[in-house]
Write a protein that binds this ligand. Structure first.
Ligand code: ATP
Length: 282
């Protein structure tokens, strides 16, 4: 049997006196979309950073397809779609430039794109429905398009495991549907996606499974198994209401996005590059 795409085993992370993760354990098989759910401060970002190898665990270990997070970053196996607030949208780059950043790991020191790089970028733009916007400044995209640009960057990079931080935050229903289509297509290609979201109503529509985090994993299973009224009341202090109310099914929280599918790939750039290169929602 193949190794899980993402395996987190008994991971504890502490920031000074704050225990952000307390023995968190989960395993995600390849070719699945998994929602990462939890209240503000439940450790979702810390889990992402640990899986990306940007934060060291005090205890436990993380494996990506059986290897270390550092190896996954080096090989470009892991892609990251950040929150919007982490990105400076005024940075003067075109959509195609953002996506080309995903190819940096494939280029030499001079970072001079070759035909294979340009073709990979064109394919990723097409895959995410952004071919017509390739020359547009990243800051001139809608929230949903920005998000897709960062998904495209990860695709161009050749990432197989994606961590997406609040991909639906600040995007309208149409963009949300487009992003869901893109994510499903990636899953159908065998890629693995861990998606943090406060939008509980969306989860059953596109996720194969869900994880409920409260510093440790308190539930993992199908959306139906995890999104029970009792669990949601316990975790969020609310019951889900997937009805037509615009606010329905949205857990208390926030959202966002960021750049460099490779941003995750370079810890020291995580804040900087993201801010410098921006990119968000569909
Ligand atoms: N750099 C840091 N230094 C100290 N404490 C931190 C740091 N980063 C996070 N924390 C704390 O660790 C806990 C988990 O934070 P984390 O950002 O992982 O939660 P989250 O689930 O992503 O929250 P949100 O939904 O608000 O984004 C919180 O109590 C937070 O205040």
């Amino acid at each position: 049997m193949s190794a899980p795409a993402i395996e987190v085993s008994g991971v504890t992370v502490r920031y000074g006196d704050v225990v952000a993760l307390d023995g968190a354990t989960l395993a995600l098989a390849p070719g699945r979309i998994c929602a990462l759910l939890g209240t503000n401060g439940s450790g979702k970002s810390t889990l992402f950073k640990t899986v990306l190898g940007l934060v060291a665990a005090e205890r436990g270990r993380v494996r990506i397809h059986g290897g270390t997070p550092e190896a996954a970053r080096r090989s470009g196996t892991i892609g990251y779609v950040p929150q919007s607030e982490q990105v400076d949208w005024s940075f003067p780059v075109r959509v195609a430039d953002v996506v080309m950043m995903g190819r940096y790991g494939h280029m030499g020191i001079g970072r001079s794109p070759r035909r294979a790089d340009r073709e990979a970028v064109a394919r990723a733009l097409e895959r995410t429905g952004l071919s017509g916007l390739a020359d547009r400044q990243i800051g001139a995209l809608s929230g949903g398009q920005r998000k897709r640009a960062f998904v495209a960057r990860g695709i161009a990079q050749g990432a197989d495991v994606f961590l997406l931080d609040e991909p639906f935050a600040g995007v309208d229903k149409r963009s949300e549907a487009t992003i869901v289509d893109v994510l499903r297509g990636m899953r159908d290609d065998g890629r693995t996606l861990l998606v943090s979201t406060h939008d509980l109503a969306t989860v059953p529509r596109f996720c194969d499974e869900a994880v409920l985090l409260q510093r440790r994993v308190v539930a993992q299973g199908t959306p139906d198994e995890v999104l029970t009224p009792a669990r949601l009341m316990e975790a969020f202090g609310m019951a889900p209401d997937p009805g037509p109310d615009p606010g329905a099914g949205r857990a208390p929280g926030r959202g966002g996005a960021g750049p460099d599918g490779r941003a995750a790939a370079e810890p020291e750039h995580a804040g900087h590059t993201a801010e410098a290169r921006g990119g968000e929602g569909a």
